[in-house]
Design a protein around this ligand. Structure first.
Ligand code: PLP
Length: 405
């Protein structure tokens, strides 16, 4: 029987394009919660009253959990004084300063609303600064930059059909190169280095550890050719380390974008880096009415304080390890040809067989655990939640194996 959630979702297709404004949130399988009504801690609830332990965490932004009192009260207190004004609010400079204090290489900061938009700002800065046109991408950097023919259309998903909606004049200026393919990057730079304004790199979830050699290598390569290095820390910032993989692997990019994670789900992005670059943003026309919106800034301030007080980064690593090691053990025990690979704060579900992957996810959805191809833990996943989730995963795998519905 069709659930209330699916009925509402299907009805919404008459008015809401594709049923969701976020492609990766469009439900596919009947076992998925088609309509969510609330979240609390590490759990979400669908409109049919089902409860799920959530390892999607809104596709990354929820790093502390849903309905966190400290973050809620920061937002509510600010709401009483207004949301947005015609001049800067004190929070804008205050939160910028806090970010420069927790992100070692951030000299100056500016705010926007989404990750892709802030990446576009960095690309504009790089083109203006270098007076060059070409941009090299690695991984998914947001829909605004899905410009090149071989690009990534969503995190971990390569383009499978020809590029649409981008004139060849524009896509010819963008190229996507594979993560950690040292030779290819060197070759492209040898041939086109003098024309490359910047590289935009989102780390590869599955092979994150390769960043240890690869990212400092790119740092040197870009310096040699006078191109800017722009780090997409949208997922890795406030997860791998406060300063993302740049801090973790110990190199200094020219610019970086932080977004998911810095405000526990409130919509905000920060592009930051060298002062001489960020200072050009206003003169080249980068601007947004909502850049200094104060509810998100108040959440960001509360999140930074929460991280510092509770050592959230260490907690995410520890909890992620427990969860993903636990599932990997179950995969081995039951002969599932899959492994969860990468750093425990945002690893990748690597299945050999797509059908087996779909079946695994469907059984887990049915048993009340939500996954995505990138796994996310948050500060609200406590020991009992992990234990319960692993029991549910084991039940799901058993059902896969014996073919029960
Ligand atoms: C690594 C990475 N970069 C950029 C983006 C784009 O961010 P937004 O969807 O906020 O534009 C995403 C979103 O999933 C992402 O995962």
């Amino acid at each position: 029987m069709e659930t209330k959630g699916w009925k509402i979702f299907k009805e919404s297709l008459n008015y809401l394009g594709s049923g969701s404004s976020t492609n990766s949130k469009i439900p596919v399988f009947e076992e998925e919660p088609a309509i969510i009504v609330k979240g609390n801690g590490c759990r979400v609830y669908d409109i049919d009253g089902n409860e799920y332990i959530d390892f999607r965490c809104a596709l990354g932004p929820v790093t502390l959990g849903y309905n966190i009192p400290e973050i809620n009260s920061a937002i509510i207190e600010q709401l009483k004084n207004g949301i947005i004004f015609s001049y800067p609010h004190i929070l804008e400079g205050e939160v910028a300063k806090m970010l420069t204090e927790v992100i070692p290489f951030a000299e100056k900061v500016r705010f926007l609303k989404t990750g892709g938009e802030a990446i576009s700002a960095c690309i504009k800065i790089a083109r203006n600064y270098t007076k060059r046109k070409k941009i090299i991408h690695c991984g998914y950097n947001g829909w605004l930059n899905c410009f090149d023919v071989s690009g990534t259309v969503a995190p971990g998903i390569s383009r499978s059909s020809p590029i649409k909606g981008i004139p060849p004049e524009i896509s010819s200026l963008h190229k996507n190169l594979p993560w950690a393919d040292f030779e290819k990057w060197e070759k492209v730079f040898k041939e086109e280095g003098e024309e490359i304004a910047g590289v935009v790199i989102a780390s590869n979830y599955k092979e994150m550890e390769k960043g240890k050699e690869f990212l400092p290598f790119i740092r040197k390569l870009t310096q040699k050719y006078g191109s800017l290095m722009i780090m997409d820390e949208i997922v890795t910032g406030f997860r791998v380390a406060l300063g993302g993989v740049s801090e973790y692997f110990g190199f200094i990019p020219d610019l970086a974008v932080f977004s998911k994670g810095i405000a526990n789900g409130m919509p905000i992005s920060a592009y930051l880096g060298k002062s001489e670059l960020i200072d050009t943003a206003s003169e080249i026309g980068i601007s947004s009415t909502f850049g200094g919106e104060t509810l998100s800034l108040s959440a960001c301030k509360a999140v930074i304080e929460f991280y510092q007080k509770n050592n959230v980064i260490e907690y995410l690593w520890k909890t992620g390890k427990k969860m993903w090691d636990g599932i990997n053990d179950l995969f081995k025990k039951y002969g599932i040809k899959a492994e969860i690979k990468g750093f425990p704060v945002c690893p990748f579900f690597d299945f050999k067989n797509a059908e087996e992957r779909d079946l695994f996810f469907r059984k887990c959805f049915k048993n009340g655990v939500i996954f995505y191809n990138v796994g996310y833990v948050c500060y609200s996943h406590k020991e009992d939640d992990i234990k319960e989730a692993l029991e549910k995963v084991e039940k799901s795998i058993k059902e896969m194996k014996n073919g029960s519905v």
